[in-house]
Design a binder for this molecule. Structure first.
Ligand code: ADP
Length: 344
């Protein structure tokens, strides 16, 4: 596979504050890459750097352009769609046609605008003549995306494209992204809070925490505060007075990373005895939860199950011989106490 980007020894600062510290990251061409991580972990900053609207304080980002048959780089390569999409104070048609007009590429303009609207699931006759203020948040986001897609960029960088949109728009945006990949081989990098949306859409996931890459999977992040229990055991109090017990925290503000492969999910059976289970809790921690979603993980073709434990959601990757699970079901989550990786 050919890389679209190679990021090496990247450090980025705002003032004295380091916001990114990435030793190496390769983004392959024609892939959909998801950036996942809590607020402030550096996702938007990384997207701005990949768009070359900002330059890294240290290190290097190399972009490998897509070439025409004659070896010249294609003209329109990289586009960034920001979280708050900017629309011109004009009609939907004018917004979408704008980029092509600038490039003096106006052949079949109406057909191409209609096609771009179709990609994002908006009907030409209902939308082309609407003004920028006659759109819902989700529709505005889709118009802004159509205005990028019509230029068929080689790289599409999307910052929180589904942050303030309805479920239909989120679905349409995903369809449009998959289309850009399959129709002209676009490379797409998307940041999102909506982890499940990303798991369903991406070929590769990059998990960021405090500017560092902490993994490439659907890792669970559990923030403190942790309380010392005994020996090397620490616990975090979860809703319903349950305790998540793990070995090896450095201090009460450590952050635990739990791989979705290390969590086992079993339907809660009537004869399960938490009291007996507590006795073995040095090795395994048992937690009561409710299945909140079953997600197909595109990158691995596995099923991820989301388990809600009060306000926290854990993701576990199901083994191929897993038992039947369904949303709303009460389950037991088994977490080996030594399965955490810790970040301080
Ligand atoms: P995310 O997209 O993951 O929420 P950001 O990349 O927006 O994270 O922010 C990473 C960190 O950099 C945050 O602590 C944020 O406050 C800081 N930051 C982002 N942009 C700027 C800026 N222009 N000036 C100063 N600090 C910034």
């Amino acid at each position: 596979m050919k890389p679209a980007y190679l990021v090496q020894k990247l450090r980025h600062f705002y003032g004295r504050k380091q916001v990114l510290n990435i030793d190496e990251l390769t983004i392959e061409k024609h892939k959909i890459v998801g950036l996942v991580g809590p607020n402030g972990s550096g996702k938007s900053t990384l997207l701005r750097l990949l768009a070359f609207v900002e330059y890294p304080s240290e290190g290097k980002i190399t972009y490998f352009p897509v070439l025409e048959a004659d070896g010249r780089p294609l003209r329109f390569q990289i586009t960034l769609l920001c979280q708050e999409p900017y629309l011109l104070k004009r009609t939907v048609f004018a917004n979408i046609a704008y980029g092509l007009k600038i490039r003096k590429d106006t052949r079949n303009l109406h057909d191409r605008v209609a096609e771009a609207l179709e990609w994002v699931g908006l009907d030409y006759f209902s939308f082309a003549k609407r003004k920028w203020y006659e759109l819902s948040g989700g529709e505005a986001q889709r118009v802004a995306l159509a205005a990028r897609l019509i230029l068929k960029p080689s790289v599409l960088l999307l910052d929180e494209p589904t942050a303030s949109v309805d479920a239909e728009s989120a679905q349409r945006i995903r369809d449009a992204i998959l289309m850009a990949k399959s129709e002209w081989g676009a490379t797409i990098v998307i940041s999102s809070h909506d982890r499940n949306w990303l798991y369903e859409s991406c070929d590769q996931l990059v998990h960021l925490l405090r500017g560092h890459i902490i993994g490439s999977a659907a890792e669970n992040i559990v923030f403190g505060p942790w309380k010392w229990l005994n020996g090397t055991l620490w616990y975090k109090l979860l809703d319903g007075n349950q305790r998540l017990i793990l070995k090896g925290a450095e201090n009460e503000n450590s952050v635990a990373l739990l791989s979705p492969d290390s969590l086992i999910v079993r339907p809660l059976s009537e004869n399960f005895n938490f009291f007996d289970a507590e006795k073995t809790q040095r090795e395994v921690c048992y937690i009561n939860g409710i299945v909140s979603a079953l997600i197909m993980e595109r990158a691995t073709n596995n099923i991820l199950v989301s388990i809600a434990v009060g306000h926290i959601t854990f993701n576990a990757r199901l083994a191929s011989n897993h038992q039947m699970l369904y949303p709303g079901q009460k389950v037991i989550l088994e977490i080996p106490t030594d399965s955490a990786r810790w970040v301080s």
